[in-house]
Design a protein around this ligand. Structure first.
Ligand SMILES: [Zn+2]
Ligand SMILES: [Zn+2]
Length: 173
C-alpha cells in the first residue's frame, strides 16, 4: 500500500522545507522466517528538503511490533525506532545521491511514496536475535520445558569454564 506525500511546493521551489508528522499503518512482514506484526500504526516525523536533484528525507520512526523470542519461542511486543535518511531523486538524477542506501523516485513530479522507505527502515530496526526479556531462561533442549515457568529434571552440565580447566588439570594429575 502506497503512502503518498504531495511535494508539489518543494518540487516547484515554492518552499525549501516541508515538515510532516503522522501515524501510518504499515504492513506485517516476515524476517528470518518469523512473522513481524505491527501493533498499531508507526509514528513518523520527518523533514523533506529540496536539493537540486530531488528531495532528501530526514526523520524518525517509532513503532511497536510483535516478535518471537529466540530463547523461549513466545511472542512478545517490543518498541523499535529508526533514524531515517533517504533520497528521492528526480528521474534521471539518481546518480547524484551516492552514499544513500536506497534512492527512491519522485513520482509524477509532485508526489513521493514513502512506504518502501518506512518499510526498509522498520526492517532494519528489528533485532536479529529478539529476546523477550534479558533474563529469559528459554526452553530446555532436553525436554522442551519453558524454564521461565517450569523446572525440569534434566541434568544440567553448566560448568564455569575456569573451573573446567582446573577440573581437567586435576584429572590429568
Ligand atoms: Zn523469551
Ligand atoms: Zn529438561
Amino acid at each position: 500500500m502506497k503512502i503518498i506525500i504531495n511535494v508539489k511546493k518543494l518540487y516547484d521551489y515554492e518552499e525549501v522545507y516541508q515538515e510532516e508528522e503522522s501515524d501510518y499503518e504499515l504492513e506485517d512482514f516476515e524476517l528470518f522466517s518469523e512473522a513481524v506484526k505491527l501493533k498499531g500504526p508507526a509514528h513518523v516525523s520527518f523533514r523533506l528538503s529540496r536539493v537540486r536533484s530531488g528531495i532528501i528525507l530526514d526523520g524518525r520512526m517509532d513503532a511497536r511490533v510483535e516478535l518471537t523470542c529466540v530463547r523461549c519461542l513466545k511472542r512478545f511486543e517490543k518498541d523499535v525506532e529508526a533514524e531515517m535518511h533517504e533520497a528521492f531523486a528526480i528521474p534521471g538524477f539518481e546518480e547524484n545521491f551516492e552514499g544513500f542506501d536506497d534512492v527512491y523516485m519522485i513520482e509524477r513530479q509532485s508526489e513521493i511514496d514513502i512506504e518502501p522507505a518506512l518499510h526498509s527502515n522498520l526492517v532494519v530496526s528489528i533485532p536479529s536475535n529478539p529476546i523477550c526479556n534479558e533474563a529469559c531462561k528459554g526452553i530446555c533442549e532436553g525436554c522442551g520445558a519453558d524454564l521461565n515457568t517450569e523446572t525440569c529434571a534434566c541434568k544440567k552440565e553448566e560448568i564455569d569454564p575456569r573451573l573446567e580447566i582446573l577440573k581437567k588439570l586435576k584429572d590429568s594429575l
